[in-house]
Ligand binder design. Structure first.
Ligand code: GSH
Length: 262
């Protein structure tokens, strides 16, 4: 079941992205929980680094995270990376048991639900509802406010279904965490950080929700989570500056350089 093409260790394992990205944090959690060493290589989309030729060769879709493995495999998209790790390294399969189709069906159901109903919509909320009107000067405060309220209703509704279905004991599938727990935690953590940064209290998805707070706490107590939270806190000032001060200029430059525009 497990691929053994990792025998020839020839290069370091590199994880590209930035700590505040919930998608990179998810991959880092999987790597750390599985005891797979990696080197962190900071790549920030906010200052145009995902547009470099070098990065585009790694991921032509221009998204972080991406991972280069010791066997030369280069892979992007957080879920795909985590599934690749589980299929390649037995110690990662604990969190995505890929040789158990029935267990994976349960896990995939939760993960797909979280991706479609929670993390994707939350990202749009963050950008359209919080970030764009605050920093890019698009003067869409009113429209963004309306979008924000609808997003809140949709996303909190999706969370209520998730909590109701899984009963969180304290994790989604019982006493042990799996891939969807890592995914959910890092979206919740993002909501806490950005609710504070953008001064939108109702963007915090954990606040006031007893079951989710218990889940959040259980995940936050894990030593590997604590290491990730510490790395995020350490890098926060840099990311904050990029988000609030530098991205506007990068974005304006990008628009100016679009083919066909002068
Ligand atoms: N579905 C992707 C989402 C990754 C994503 O949206 N990453 C953001 C940073 S958190 C990014 O690279 N944004 C830059 C861009 O979209 O150009 C995954 O799970 O890896």
């Amino acid at each position: 079941m497990f691929s053994n093409n990792v025998a020839e260790v020839s290069e370091p394992r590199n994880l590209y992205g930035f700590w505040l990205s919930p998608f990179m944090a998810l991959v880092a959690q999987m790597l750390k929980e599985a005891g797979l060493e990696f080197q962190y290589q900071r790549v920030s989309p906010f200052i145009g680094e995902t547009l470099s030729t070098e990065y585009q060769r790694r991921n032509p879709l221009g998204k972080i995270p991406s991972l280069t493995d010791v066997n030369g495999v280069c892979i992007s998209e957080s879920q795909a990376i985590c599934r690749y790790l589980a299929r390649t390294y037995p110690q990662a399969a604990k969190f995505y048991p890929c040789d158990d189709a029935q267990r994976c069906a349960e896990i995939d159901t939760l993960n797909d639900y979280i991706t479609f109903s929670l993390s994707g919509p939350f990202f749009n909320w963050l950008f359209v509802g919080g970030y764009f009107p605050k920093t890019l000067g698009f003067q869409t405060e009113r429209e963004s406010g309306v979008f924000s309220v609808w997003s809140m209703l949709m996303i909190k509704g999706a969370l209520t279904r998730l909590v109701g279905r899984s009963r969180l004991q304290p994790f989604l599938l019982g006493e042990e965490p799996y891939l969807p727990d890592f995914h959910l935690f890092h979206v919740l953590e993002l909501s806490r950080t950005f609710s504070e940064l953008f001064e939108i209290p109702f963007m915090n998805l954990v606040e006031g929700n007893k079951e989710l707070s218990r889940f959040y706490q259980a995940m936050a107590e894990r030593p590997m989570t604590q290491a990730i939270l510490a790395a995020q806190a350490h890098e926060f000032p840099v990311t904050r500056r990029e988000l609030l001060e530098e991205f506007g200029t990068t974005y304006a430059q990008l628009l100016k350089n679009r083919p066909g525009e002068h």
